[in-house]
Design a binder for this molecule. Structure first.
Ligand code: FNR
Length: 380
């Protein structure tokens, strides 16, 4: 199958990846209500078709946090990407750099921040607050030293939400024997992945935090360690601690409520990602796109506003911009593309997003993404 859209990459990833990893990427928490809403609410928004305007010149680039993005798009942090494609985070970082958009590296990436920075473009770095502050301090110093321009501080994961699909697939909660058997079966039935990732994609550790994990050999052992070490005591005051250790822009990721957005401004954040973690945390909360307008009204001029959750096309990107985001981030779309065909597939996926955004701009009469506003939407 030749992939034409993000849903095609999803299907290709479903075929190529071991079930545990496909379900881990694809799934959400509990009944997946919020996961569904993220996509459905974006789909339900109608663009306003406008015609007979000179749309020869389109401006798609934006300036944000000291950087120029050639598209108002970014790749959200996704954990363990090195299990979906060989050294997956480096492949995604290269594809993003080629497209002129930021790649944000997860704290729990398989590739370390050093390995990703060695591609030539230091990634935005995502931080989970772990209890071991000494280790966090060192990690921030490493990312800073390597030239990461932006810190993305994820605040919606003081505890991981339950993901039923991971239990059913045996990814979490399985005994060592069950896991070994499932892995062997997955290997036999997914030879392309086995050759690419299992054989040639080692080491399978969580590169940036490997030093802090004392026991465990499998990636799932690392995840269990991380889950035990999330710091639930974190408050807005801790942003001061982060700032003491990070003198570049800080983006808070995982806010859905205007009150929290105001607190983020008061705490001195330079950016905010309106996000519900792709429907992987508190199920039943509203979609990111439906939360965005109120947050834009509350703080849109006080910091750089981004959103993620359910963005599956360039048309969705324009909807996000119209409702107040400076750029829209995507998580699963690049994870699917990585699983489907590595860096070339992520590049193509980003090309598709660019082409779709162009069509959406031309047919809504928007020739500069910086001017996208609610007038592009048919909100009746
Ligand atoms: C995530 N997300 C995430 N966020 C984060 O801050 N750190 C992380 O390590 C991860 N890991 C992760 C793994 C996988 C497999 C997924 C799908 C997501 C959340 C991610 O950054 C983003 O908020 C959502 O993916 C956005 O929703 P969409 O684009 O997937 O619909």
């Amino acid at each position: 199958m030749r992939a034409a859209s993000v849903s095609d990459y999803r299907e290709l990833a479903r075929r190529r990846l071991p079930r545990i990893f496909f379900e881990y990427i694809d799934g959400g928490s509990y009944a997946e209500v919020t996961l569904g809403r993220n996509v459905a609410d974006l789909e339900a928004i109608a663009l306003r078709q406008r015609v007979m305007r000179d749309m020869t010149d389109l401006k798609m680039s934006v300036e944000t946090l000291g950087q120029t993005l050639s598209l108002p798009v970014g790749l959200s942090p996704v954990g363990m990407a090195g299990m979906y494609g060989r050294r997956g985070e480096t492949q995604a970082a290269r594809a993003a750099a080629a497209a002129g958009v930021p790649f944000c590296l997860s704290t729990v990436g398989v590739c370390s921040v050093e390995e990703v920075a060695a591609t030539g473009t230091p990634p935005w770095f995502q931080l989970y607050m772990l209890k071991d502050r000494g280790y966090m301090r060192e990690l921030l110093a490493r990312a800073r030293e390597l030239g990461s321009p932006v810190l993305v501080f994820t605040v919606d994961l003081p505890i991981p939400g339950a993901r039923y699909r991971d239990i059913r697939s045996g990814f979490t909660g399985a005994s060592k024997l069950e896991a070994a058997l499932a892995q062997a079966w997955d290997g036999i039935t997914h030879p392309g992945w086995t050759w690419d990732v299992f054989v040639h994609g080692r080491p399978h550790t969580l590169g940036s935090v490997a030093g802090a994990v004392k026991q465990g050999g499998r990636v799932t052992d690392f995840l269990a360690w991380i889950a035990r070490n999330f710091d639930r005591s974190v408050t807005w005051k801790d942003l001061d601690w982060v700032r003491e250790n990070w003198d570049r822009p800080i983006v808070v990721k995982g806010v859905l409520d205007p009150e929290d957005a105001r607190d983020a401004v008061r705490a001195g954040a330079q950016g905010l990602v309106v996000s519900n973690h792709g429907g992987r945390q508190l199920d039943g909360v509203r979609s990111s796109i439906s939360a965005l307008p109120k947050i834009a009204d509350a703080v849109g001029n006080d910091l750089e506003l981004f959103m993620d959750g359910g963005v599956r096309s360039g048309l969705d990107v324009l909807k996000g911009l119209a409702l107040g985001a400076k750029a829209c981030f995507m998580g699963r779309p690049w994870a699917y593309a990585l699983g489907a065909g590595g860096e070339p597939a992520i590049r193509k996926m980003l090309d598709t997003i660019r082409a779709e955004l162009a069509v959406a701009m031309i047919l809504t009469g928007c020739n500069d993404v910086r001017a996208a506003g609610r007038d592009l939407l048919d909100l009746d």
